[in-house]
Design a protein around this ligand. Structure first.
Ligand SMILES: NC(=O)c1ccc[n+]([C@@H]2O[C@H](COP(=O)([O-])OP(=O)(O)OC[C@H]3O[C@@H](n4cnc5c(N)ncnc54)[C@H](OP(=O)(O)O)[C@@H]3O)[C@@H](O)[C@H]2O)c1
Length: 247
């Protein structure tokens, strides 16, 4: 296995925690970038993988914090081999009255931070001879959802960031892939998915008739690192129980 760590943003809970744990189980050293700096707070951490998890504080809305965290992971693990831009927020609001500040807050965490972290990771990955950046997008990147303009816009931007970086950084042997889940039960949407409206939405719209599990997203991300197919770059891979293609 190559030297260096994979940094995962928003590794405290939900999908990010599942990704960090799955990567560590598969033998990777993982830089767990979280706001509190306490690492994975959800899920079972067996003693066998504890030593492969490096906890670093990082708020993705703060450029200096992102740059410092990636420098620290690289310095303490012998380099950076990958980055997972997972941190994200979801704020709903009727578009006719959506405050600009709310729109910008969602864009900042979900889209701008993915660009900034990728930019700050670039020199580390290039110095290592290449690497993989996985952005966690959403199938909301291609649909219109009432009250969800900021989130949908941010995830469409993640797809665009993925494509642009893939084209520019192919010369550095850096692949960039957007993994775009459908409904996955986490703190982000647990209340909705367990409500009558949420249960009906899943029944009617998801051909698989269930929400995904964070571990399913984590296994796909880990497989991308494991297979290391550099020719697969710039693409958005939907992981949504066929919801996005269901008319
Ligand atoms: N759940 C779904 O159905 C679904 C579907 C498609 C895509 N996604 C995407 O998957 C990703 C993870 O979502 P999730 O469902 O796992 O949500 P979650 O359980 O709410 O977790 C969100 C994570 O993002 C972190 N975060 C938020 N703001 C941050 C900031 N400023 N700096 C650093 N970390 C920050 C949170 O950290 P704290 O613990 O500090 O708050 C937490 O670790 C997001 O990009 C989301 O858009 C989720």
């Amino acid at each position: 296995m190559a030297e260096g760590a994979i940094a995962v943003t928003g590794a405290s809970r939900g999908i990010g925690a599942a990704i960090a744990l799955e990567l560590a189980r598969r033998g990777y050293v993982v830089g767990c970038l979280t706001r509190k700096g306490r690492g994975v707070e959800q899920g079972k951490i067996d003693s066998a993988i504890k030593g492969r998890l490096l906890n670093v504080a990082c708020d993705v809305t703060d450029e200096a914090s992102i740059a410092g965290a990636l420098d620290q992971v690289s310095r303490r693990t012998g380099g950076l081999r990958g980055l997972v831009n997972n941190a994200g927020i979801h704020i709903e609001g009727e578009s006719a009255t959506l405050p600009t500040a709310t729109y910008e807050e969602v864009m900042r965490v979900n889209a701008t931070a993915a660009f900034v972290a990728s930019r700050e990771a670039h020199r580390h990955l290039a110095a290592a001879g290449g690497g993989l950046i996985v952005n966690i997008g959403s199938y909301f990147d291609k649909v219109g959802v009432k009250g969800t303009l900021a989130y949908c816009t941010s995830k469409a931007a993640v797809g665009a960031i993925t494509r642009c970086l893939a084209v520019e950084w192919a010369r550095d042997n850096i692949a960039v892939v957007d993994v775009a889940p459908g409904y996955v039960e986490t703190d982000l949407n647990r209340e909705f998915l367990r409500s009558d409206r949420g249960r009906t939405a899943v029944e009617r719209r998801v051909p698989m008739r269930r929400a995904g599990q964070p571990e399913e997203v984590a296994r796909l991300v880990a497989a991308l690192f494991g297979e290391d197919i550099k020719f697969l770059t710039g693409e958005t891979i939907y992981l949504d129980g066929a919801q996005g293609i269901n008319p």
